[in-house]
Ligand binder design. Sequence first.
Ligand code: ADP
Length: 191
Amino acid sequence: MKYFIIFGPPGAGKGTQAAPMAERYNLKHISTGELLREEIAAGTDLGMQAKALIDAGSLVPDVIVEGMLAKSFAKGKGYDGFLLDGFPRNLQQAQDLDAMLEARDESVTAVISLMIPDETIRQRISHRAALEGRADDASEATVTNRIKTYHAQTEPLIEYYKYEKKYHEVKSVGTIAQVGGRIKRIMDKLV
Ligand code: ADP
């Protein structure tokens, strides 16, 4: 199995690009944010625990997202691999992912990193707030904290994956199709 990670700050377009990528390369798309929102919508205990943290723009505990991830990995039958969207989000998660994959003699195939400036993050998220109605997009304070959380906890993973020679960067500006084309040029060499 191949294990791809689509990486980037909030609002970089990970979810938007992940859907066509997953389809083109027959990958199971796993969005930890989406899985958490499903738990919230279903009103589970896990969802209730996660909601306060998501609304604050903080990360949900590693053990929660990693439990969801393990369950999703078990549903990979018929796929050529997985496309992780929103995971890993800190160093501990990256190390736990490596350990999880090593236990089955597998490893991360590559990281596709979508880059946008902080000003663009805000513009895109406020636009998306109107379209999708996500509570964590609607509050300026939440968005500010998500950007902060990204720089403090998630961005250091760039060095982690560069060191492992798995890091590929794409400018996530222009049209959705333009960004998709840049991703395709990289992915076609990796599958
Ligand atoms: P975005 O990329 O716009 O931030 P996501 O849907 O990926 O949106 O994530 C929404 C929220 O869900 C995050 O701000 C965080 O609170 C929580 N979350 C998602 N993935 C993780 C993760 N891997 N670890 C911890 N929290 C997560």
